[in-house]
Write a protein that binds this ligand. Sequence first.
Ligand code: GFP
Ligand code: GFP
Length: 827
Amino acid sequence: VEASIPEGQRAAWKKFSATEFKTKDEFEGEVVKHIETTLARSLFNCDELAAYGGTALAFRDRLVIEWNRTQQQQSFADPKRVYYLSLEFLMGRALDNAMLNVGMKDVAKEGLGELGFRMEDVISQERDAALGNGGLGRLAACFLDSLATLNFPAWGYALRYKYGIFKQEIVDGYQVEVPDYWLDFNPWEFPRHDVTVDVQFYGNVRKYMDESGKQVSVWENGEIVTAVAYDAPIPGYGTRTTNNLRLWSSKASHGEFDFTKFNSGEYEASVADQQRAETISAVLYPNDSLERGKELRLKQQYFWCAASLFDIVRRFKKSRKAWKEFPNQVAIQLNDTHPTLAIPELQRILIDQEGLEWDEAWSIVQKTFGYTNHTVLPEALEKWSVPLFQHLLPRHLQIIYDINLNFLHYVERNFPKDREMLGRVSIIEESNPKMVRMAYLAVIGSHKVNGVAELHSDLIKTTIFKDFVKVYGPDKFTNVTNGITPRRWLHQANPRLSELIASKLGGYDFLRDLTLLHKIEAYVDDKEFRKEFQEIKYANKVRLAKYTKEANGISVNPSSLFDIQVKRMHEYKRQQLNIFGVIYRYLELKDMSPEDRKKVQPRVSFFGGKAAPGYWMAKTVIHLINQVGAVVNNDKDIGDLLKVIFLEDYNVSKAEIIVPASDISEHISTAGTEASGTSNMKFVLNGGLVIGTCDGANIEITREVGEDNIFLFGNLSEDVEDLRHAHFYSEFHIDPMLQRVFDAIKEGRFGDAGQFSALVNSIVEHGDYYLVSDDFKSYIDTQKLIDEAYKDQETWLTKTITSVSRMGFFSSDRCIDEYAEMIWNVE
Ligand code: GFP
Ligand code: GFP
């Protein structure tokens, strides 16, 4: 690596090299300097936002120093790097995390106090970086934290969306989507106007023979869009390693706008090109099956894959190693099928641009990629129409056809008797129009495919990828159960609990090795510890109650049982089961005598989550929750016995307040549909128990914490198919308790029944695909068990403490170690 400053001048350079603030005074100096110069504010007009800006910039400076060191050191050592390609990184806020990871939060708190600000107010000024929908994007963010903490040389690659996931407002009980202008002030990113990649779309492929008689393909006459890199530093905890998240932003290749067109009077056309180019990285797609097949989404995917691959290949070429070394230097993980185009793109670079033979190139490609699957839901498996592909990416389509041809030859040779197999495993679906099955391409182009929890990893082998297990054998398929970073999801979200644990374990080592938590079990009978643990939970509930009062204007009693379900709104996650259960509870309360009501365990049911804008059923569930809340929360007979709260605009920073406040959280998907779930882990780690189905990571949580410490209910995944079948082919009776709920809805007790008829009919008339009726009784019975169990606060406390101490397995550090060993082969 060559330094740009000549030897003779380096001494001067080093003398003035940036240094890190070390004391409170130095910190204050940095804050004031940034507020006065970088932000051009003063003593007279410094609000909390400016104070946040100054603090963020002061910490950013520290981060950048570490970041430069890490990058330089990696450039010198040139180790194998991990590239995590994910269209979503749900990062949340950065300042608190930066303070934790570089240290000095206490210093900053004191310093800010002296300057006239409170730390909490300053932290809460930051906008969430909401570049994701839900679990998939948040998992990617936890992985970046763990990769840096464990000192892996790793890069995240994604798009710099101008608008992240929409902001959700609730108006008259309905979800309304509002754009999220998160980039207004974002001190955490560095534009790299010198790091750009030209990406091509459309055009045609010209083939010819070169002098040696080799066939050459040239992709030409396309439209070029430029990708500009924006980098965000990713600090590790308790280490100086600071990795990079590189986000690509799109702009017109000829710069701002087209002067030729402008000069000839075509004013609008000159701006139109620019706008069309910028549209590519403008918005994050909400997770919505109805949006499938949209050209812009395919464009986004290729734009991002092409820019990232170019960057990765450029970095590899700096080392001047032979191509066969590529998989020893580069591991690329595909987070879901969204980046699958990286597979034909790398093959294209190797054969069309670098002149490698097909087989040699393909062997490099397969060794480089790993693919993580996050769902078995058929509607979530991406497919693109062949005509669209042909139009947008003609050369890639040819390459995919060739990949497919080679693959099908192989299958034919090995399974001569199974003629149908070819049609089943082909990358091309013989429909009208024909479709490219991205998940199959991802499997064929990777050396390992993993699911995200044990049950899910078993299911992908017996359902969607069954035939591929026959073709490749079972070893290509593996499991890495998801995890969460304990830095954000314990220490940051629940500082008092983290402190209590540290006081018993003699320090914060458990934040780097979460298995150390098992030592807490020794304190399960310790009076002082129990008292403190319980007080912390209560304080966290008070904090959520306060937030609820501010946000919803509703007072809830922190002594009630807090029951929480927060996640994307989706039928398979079954928020409808939860709200039907709430209605049932309400009807029972109404029927009770005032005497009996006194014996009831008061409860608050919290909901939160966004529905994809085009997903009407999910939006109807939000509406029903709000309508039920409006009735129940104002019913004088009910009072504190039951409250129903919909927390608007659920996001990462709100999760940090919500998660530590649960007594029970709900993870109640139809068995076999939730690949893993990760919030289930967060809630238990923070001293809440789970009501859940035998699905995803609930099963492994049960194994770790013990069956006595979790409330499982419902049908098992192996019975789901038969039950669905029975709904259509035998007589299907709605559960009588659920029928009672439907009757109340039909009577109009929660507003005009017509608004909810599609929701009710999906169960009554259209086969109840998600088995709400089949699981209803078991769900209600289990909720009653919870009410009973909660009355015995001492036993409940024992359950929660025991569970926390047994959650060590679910750290994302453990996941990253498993990926590193089984899939990436990096140290
Ligand atoms: C990386 C970093 C740069 C840094 C160089 C040299 O570049 O910021 O200046 O290393 O240390 F991104 P590439 O690996 O991307 O070439
Ligand atoms: C998806 C799956 C979840 C899984 C995450 C991360 O995310 O079961 O835990 O990916 O692997 F469905 P969401 O549906 O939660 O967004």
